[in-house]
Every structure is written in structure tokens, then in C-alpha cells.
Design a protein around this ligand. Structure first.
Ligand SMILES: [Zn+2]
Length: 291
């Protein structure tokens, strides 16, 4: 039982079998994402479309590797981030190795994927080749010099690695006793002035016992004029044992719904607390209230 007012800390435990499966699954998915990028960029030679495809890679990687992390049930943060970095890198090196096959650059598929020196060599040869073509004006397909192409390749690498930033933060809480992830319920406070005065009045060492008395909205209505301040309260709980409940509170700016799409976009998050254990009674009242 964790004392109210203390904060969640991931246990660092792993499940070897699931971890092994997710490692295998992650490598396969990386190669698949790399292949899709290769296939589409090869198929559509219009250079600027690559940027849209890179955005697709970013989204696909975030979704795929988040799902894998949930499957692996690993609570080891450093390991999770390392795996995310590995998978993103492999997706990037895989697309190069598919090009390597097409250009007959002389590396085997496995070398191209797993050996960074081989990948580097494939890219270097490509840049030299483009430079030669560009110099001879032989191919209208390469409007850029080798140097500029190299610069694009760097951007491409950054885009492939960017999902790691999104996978860096681990907001998933885990109940060790019941061997499962927590559920989460959110609610919003629009009367932020009175919320902050209650928060201030509660003193420094409070454990958010006042939260059940606040009035909440389960959904935010769109606004159309000025931005407004919003407080979002999230309760994280294990639905099996309902012990060790966790609270997270953040302030946001709600932006006007300028496109009339019935949306309430939230920006500029200011974290007030994250991952704090609260008292059981408070939590149960909140879970009921947020339902
Ligand atoms: Zn539990």
C-alpha cells in the first residue's frame, strides 16, 4: 500500500517472454515500415511527397511501438526507451537496405539492416552517384546536388528517430499486484479561479482530498471567442483491486474552435501534479463522480 502524497515509480520489472516476443515483433514491424517507405518513395518519385510519407512513418512508428510496449508489459523505463530507439533506427536502416538491394550496392539484407557501417556506405555511395549524375546532367530525376541530397537524408533520419521523443514519456501506470495496467478517467474544471484558491488554501502537504467537492465536466464544450483556462484532473486506478489510486492534475489553455468542428483543443499544458497516490476514499468518490 502506497502512502497518499507519494509518487508512482515504475518497478523496473519485465516479463522475459513478452519482452522477447515484442523484440521480435518490433524488428519485424520496423522492417515493414522501412519497406513501406522504400516502396512508396520508389513508386512515387516526386520529391516533396517524401515529407508527407515521413509524417506517415512518424505516426505509424508511434502507434506500432506504443502497442508493442503495452504488450511487453515492461516497467523498465530505460529498456523501453532503448527499444523504441532501436526500432526507429531499424525502420530507417531497413528502407536503405531495400534500396541497396535495388541498386546492387553489394550488401546483404541483414548487413544493411543491422550494420550501421554498411548503411553509411550505402548512403555515401548513393550521394556520390547522385553527384555524378547531377554533374553530367544525365538524369532529370535528380534536381539536387549530392550535398543537398545528403542534407535531405539527415532530415529523413531525424524524422525516423523522432517517435522516440513521443515514446520517452511513460504515462502508463501498472498494478504489480494484479499484473495489469491502470485504467484512466478524466474530467475538466472550468471554474479555475475557485479551483486554484481551494488548492492554495489546502496548503503544501495536502493529498487532494478536496477534489470530490469540485464540480466537473466529463467533456468540454467548444468555445468560439477567446481562449480560456481549463484544469484537467485524471484519476488512474486498477479496476481489479481499486487500491493505490493515482491522480494527475494539469492546467491547459482551451483554444477556440475556429473551424466549427465541435472540438475543444487544449494547448500549453502546465503540470500541477503527476502520478501522486491519493487516499482510497477520495479516489473512490472521484471514480464514481467521473463515471
Ligand atoms: Zn490491482
Amino acid at each position: 500500500m502506497h502512502a497518499a502524497g507519494t509518487f508512482y515509480k515504475a518497478s523496473g520489472l519485465i516479463k522475459p517472454k513478452r519482452l522477447f516476443l515484442s523484440l521480435f515483433g518490433g524488428i519485424s514491424l520496423s522492417v515493414l515500415i522501412g519497406w513501406l517507405f522504400y516502396f512508396l518513395t520508389n513508386f512515387i518519385s516526386f520529391v516533396y511527397l517524401n515529407f508527407i510519407l515521413l509524417f506517415g512513418v512518424l505516426c505509424a512508428s508511434i502507434v506500432a511501438f506504443t502497442l508493442l510496449r503495452l504488450f511487453s508489459k515492461s516497467r523498465h523505463h530505460v529498456l523501453n526507451v532503448s527499444l523504441a530507439a532501436l526500432f526507429c533506427y531499424l525502420a530507417w536502416s531497413a528502407q536503405w537496405t531495400f534500396y541497396n538491394q535495388q541498386w546492387n550496392s553489394g550488401y546483404s539484407f541483414l548487413e544493411g539492416v543491422f550494420n550501421p557501417f554498411a548503411t553509411f556506405e550505402i548512403i555515401a555511395r548513393r550521394i556520390v552517384q547522385i553527384d555524378t549524375d547531377h554533374f553530367n546532367r544525365a538524369a532529370g530525376r535528380f534536381p539536387f546536388s549530392g550535398g543537398l541530397t545528403g542534407f535531405f537524408y539527415v532530415i529523413e533520419f531525424i524524422a525516423f528517430m523522432l517517435p522516440v521523443k513521443f515514446l520517452l514519456e511513460d504515462k502508463q501506470y501498472y498494478c504489480e499486484g494484479c499484473d495489469r495496467f491502470y485504467d484512466q478517467k478524466d474530467a475538466f474544471v472550468t471554474e479555475t479561479g475557485s479551483f486554484f484558491s481551494i488548492l492554495g488554501g489546502a496548503g503544501e502537504n495536502h493529498v487532494y482530498n478536496f477534489l470530490p467537492e469540485v464540480s466537473y465536466y466529463s467533456k468540454l464544450a467548444p468555445i468560439y471567442a477567446r481562449t480560456r483556462e481549463i484544469v484537467k484532473v485524471s484519476i488512474h486506478y486498477c479496476p481489479k483491486c481499486l487500491d493505490n489510486n493515482i491522480i494527475s492534475v494539469s492546467a491547459f489553455e482551451q483554444q477556440p474552435d475556429s473551424d466549427n468542428q465541435n472540438k475543444a483543443p487544449l494547448t500549453n499544458e502546465i503540470e500541477i501534479t503527476r502520478g501522486m497516490y491519493i487516499e482510497k476514499d477520495t479516489a473512490h468518490l472521484l471514480i464514481r463522480k467521473f463515471a
